[in-house]
Design a protein around this ligand. Structure first.
Ligand SMILES: [Zn+2]
Length: 270
């Protein structure tokens, strides 16, 4: 069993995550996303090197989501509106645990694609790092989406809070993380998979942790030019560039936002 269960009898009360996030966050920049994916597929993902593995091909290979509420659903999910003013229909409630992850939040409702991407990414990480602690998946959206205080976003099934992969034994809750405890290899495995999927809209991480990951990737042979479309760092933390951005309150968890599923456009808004 790869999943540890240290002290997992009592779910912790959730602290007020994400109070500050998304203040003044600019709209999604498609140009940034696309160039980032190009870089990843051309250089960082050797297994896609045989050809431009298009986003659609990769998506077709995504396993179906495993939803805890599968029997109660009317059909596929539908993400409506934007992340700060949207809703969610026929959501998939992420199964409480699976290969490489645990889901600790009762509001773990997402789109089918969000849940599939989470489960797929976690499974890839677990496969590459067998025996490592599970990814801790926190808040996604409420069962019908909509306003989910204290969050500003998380309204349409496409925003997810995740515990940072850590170099210590891990935990089933979000813990303050710094350079000494951030597991950059496992974190990059996860982000790399999602970047290659073409479905990643934004990642919100503490600026200092961005710096740790960025430096580690440079040390592993990536160039500044390759990383530039992906990271806000080393530009100032207020600079609106890169997929990975600083947002206050993200030293103990990161926030991932997936783009609208193609099937949900145009009602779903990035
Ligand atoms: Zn969040």
């Amino acid at each position: 069993m790869a999943l540890g269960c240290h002290g997992c009898s009592t779910p912790r009360r959730e602290p007020g995550f994400d109070r500050m996030e998304f203040a003044n966050q600019p709209e999604l920049d498609d140009g940034v996303v696309d160039s980032a994916v190009e870089v990843i597929q051309g250089r960082i993902r050797p297994r896609a090197a045989g050809g431009q593995a298009g986003q659609k091909e990769l998506l077709l290979a995504l396993p179906a989501p495993r939803c805890a509420n599968q029997g109660e659903r009317d059909g596929p999910s539908l993400s409506v509106g934007g992340v700060t003013s949207g809703s969610l229909e026929s959501p998939c409630r992420i199964a409480a645990a699976g290969p490489g992850y645990v889901s600790t939040n009762k509001n773990g409702y997402g789109t089918d694609e969000t849940v599939a991407l989470l489960q797929w990414g976690a499974a890839q990480m677990a496969e590459q790092f067998p025996g490592s602690p599970p990814l801790v998946i926190g808040a996604i959206s409420k069962p019908e989406g909509g306003f989910y205080p204290p969050h500003k976003s998380h309204q349409s099934g496409r925003d997810v809070d995740l515990g940072y992969p850590r170099t210590d034994r891990g935990a089933r809750q979000f813990l303050p993380t710094d350079a000494s405890t951030l597991d950059t290899e496992r974190l990059w495995t996860l982000l790399d998979a999602w970047l290659a999927s073409g479905r990643l809209g934004f990642v919100f991480m503490d600026y200092d942790l961005q710096a740790v990951l960025y430096q580690d990737l440079l040390d592993h042979g990536y160039s500044e030019r390759q990383l530039e479309p992906i990271f806000q760092y080393p530009a100032a933390k207020s600079t609106p560039q890169g997929l990975i951005r600083h947002a206050a309150g993200h030293a103990d968890h990161l926030h991932v936002r997936f783009r609208c599923p193609e099937t949900d456009r145009p009602g779903c808004v990035d």
